[in-house]
Design a protein around this ligand. Structure first.
Ligand code: PMP
Length: 296
């Protein structure tokens, strides 16, 4: 049976419910996080929790647990579900209020933690590579809906994914309002050009991915020149290799963008090297799921 943490209790998946008056539902008022556990260890748990608390802080939402206690709730959710490897979804909403959008009617945030096995794309696509489609919908500007806040307001991303899927592609590529490359619907983008690894800087309008940061570190450790650079669609079309990174997606090679074949049309060598290094890192580093003795 699957157990879900809802506002202090573990309940069955079927019984896991929030109120229809929750402002997370009514207004997308809340924040969320996606985390992965690999073989008994949670990858970069502290970084994910810090991003969750930073997103909550940015929207003036008080998380009703200390960061340390919340980490323990995440670990306990994995234990209850007997998951050594899996995906964790944290949702913190503004909580139950009245029908007005003013958050002052919501006395306490609602907290949900779900843990499940998850593979974002079918397994063969990780070997063959995926096809990206540049969608018409743009990533919002920082002063409209800040992409670095991981809020429940994901309609921009959902709309992008729908456009890409309806065009017959696997994933969306979003530009910003000035036409520069930002990211996928739920992943950061990297290109390889002449042996160097390039990824858009945060200010163009991206979520600062934790996988992205890990990949940049791994590249530097391995002597692969890696830097943030503003990218145009032409840079992507003419790249030697392209791949996406994200907690849910992990590292997924891209072999086609808007009908242009990337490189040799199959996952490239630097992508492969980084994928292998990332796999090794996720199996070695991490917070053990096993009980620490700490109770909340
Ligand atoms: N961009 C967006 C819009 C995302 O939702 C995600 C997933 N959290 C990412 C990038 C990748 O971030 P991370 O590697 O931290 O999962």
């Amino acid at each position: 049976m699957a157990w879900v943490f809802v506002d202090g209790d573990f309940v069955s998946k079927e019984e896991a419910k929030l109120s229809v008056y929750d402002h997370g539902l009514l207004y997308g008022d809340g924040v969320f996080e996606g985390i992965r556990a690999y073989e008994g260890k949670v990858f970069r748990l502290r970084e994910h929790m810090e991003r969750l608390y930073a997103s909550a802080h940015a929207i003036l939402l008080e998380v009703p647990y200390s960061l340390e206690d919340f980490e323990e709730i995440v670990l306990e959710t994995l234990r209850r579900n007997e998951l050594a490897t899996g995906y964790i979804r944290i949702v913190v909403t503004r909580g139950r209020g009245d029908l007005g959008l003013d958050p002052r009617s919501c006395p306490r945030a609602s907290v949900v933690v779900i843990a499940e096995p998850l593979a974002l794309f079918p397994k063969e696509l990780y070997e063959k590579g995926i096809r990206l489609f540049t969608v018409a919908v743009r990533r919002p500007r920082q002063d409209i809906l800040p992409p670095q806040v991981k809020s429940l307001n994901y309609l921009n991303n959902v709309y992008a994914k729908v456009q890409a899927r309806r065009a017959g592609y696997d994933e969306a590529l979003l530009l910003n309002t000035e036409g520069y490359v930002t990211e996928g619907s739920g992943e950061n983008i990297f290109v390889v050009k002449d042996g160097a690894l390039l990824t858009p800087p945060p200010w163009v309008g991206i979520l600062k991915g934790i996988t992205r940061a890990a990949v940049l570190e791994l590249a530097k450790e391995r002597g692969i020149p890696a830097r943030e650079e503003v990218l145009t669609l032409t840079d992507v079309y003419t790249a030697d290799e392209v791949f996406l990174t994200g907690t849910a997606a992990e590292i997924v090679p891209v072999v086609e963008v808007d009908g242009r074949t990337i490189g040799a049309g199959k996952p490239g060598p630097i992508t492969g090297e980084l994928l292998e290094a990332f796999r090794a890192l996720t199996r070695t580093e991490g917070v053990p799921i096993a009980p620490s003795g700490r109770r909340v």
